[in-house]
Design a protein. Structure first.
Length: 285
């Protein structure tokens, strides 16, 4: 991956996102994904499904990323588990229509759950959420008890991180990048960045007040370098938030991705796959 692209993704995350041992798996390789265009709330949303057995494993990428973020991990996961694998493009990204107005993780959660319902995924899914998708996962799980059997939150946005002081720091750090994005709205990534910035303060103050449901097991995979590599204060706050989340309820596990940047699914795909397998084994007991 080009260094400038990786750096841009880390900057996005740092300033605005804060933003499998299967039984009976066939030896034959799984079929490739098929795309389903689903209408919801006046928008067309693209979901990509690799067929397999239940429980479905749903992969949700971080801010500015579409379903292609999982292009290497998804087929490995399908082969290892035999499970149905679902990826999707959040509104405004990939093959999905734009969502007018500021970023709203509750609306994004509604898009995700509506799409899963149309696909027949209504119970006991394993949700894998990276970065900004941690917000979507939280609201989706709170709003639809029973939909999510467990979650792997991969260097994800967690409520504990977004104190008033941290929100203020992020807004200040992100201002130059946001201004540049607003000046060039021609790309989907820039439009999403501007939309996230527009609602960043109220959205994350509200997010700080919510709690992950205690009855839903969660594995928190936190990167060693975090989105804030080079800022010891913010690195510490990110790690402290992950540890606080893990302590706040039963059925939670904290795992550190040693040596990894914020892009844990890219840097340590085997670790992520292994934690998905472990979580699935826990929830299927």
């Amino acid at each position: 991956m080009p260094k400038n692209r990786t750096r841009a993704r880390l900057l996005w995350s740092a300033t605005l996102l804060l933003l499998l041992t299967a039984c009976g798996v066939s030896a034959d390789p799984p079929a490739g994904p098929t795309t389903h265009l689903i209408d919801h709330d006046g928008r067309r949303l693209a979901f990509h499904v690799t067929p397999g057995r239940s429980p479905a494993i749903v992969l949700d990428a971080g801010g500015g990323e579409d379903s292609s973020y999982w292009k290497d991990l998804a087929p490995r996961l399908a082969s290892a588990t035999g499970s149905e694998i679902v990826t999707y493009d959040r509104a405004g990204l990939g093959d999905s229509d734009d969502a007018p107005g500021p970023w709203d993780p509750r609306r994004a959660a509604g898009d995700l759950t509506a799409g899963l319902r149309e696909l027949g995924v209504t119970r006991d899914a394993i949700l894998v959420a990276h970065s900004q998708a941690g917000e979507v996962a939280t609201y989706a799980t709170l709003a639809h008890p029973g939909l999510v059997a467990g979650a792997v939150l991969v260097d994800a946005n967690l409520p504990q991180f977004f104190t008033d002081g941290q929100i203020t720091r992020l807004v200040t750090l992100g201002k130059p990048q946001v201004d540049a994005a607003k000046a060039d709205p021609s790309t989907k990534a820039n439009r999403q960045l501007a939309a996230t910035a527009e609602s960043f303060v109220p959205v994350h103050r509200a997010f700080h007040r919510v709690s992950w449901p205690d009855g839903v097991p969660a594995t928190v995979v936190v990167s060693e370098k975090t989105p804030f590599d080079g800022s010891p204060q913010d690195v510490r706050a990110w790690h402290d938030a992950a540890a606080a989340f893990a302590r706040a309820g039963t059925g939670r596990v904290l795992v550190t991705a040693a040596g990894s940047s914020h892009d844990v699914p890219v840097d340590r795909p085997g670790l992520v796959l292994g934690e998905i397998e472990k979580l699935r084994a826990r929830v299927e007991r």
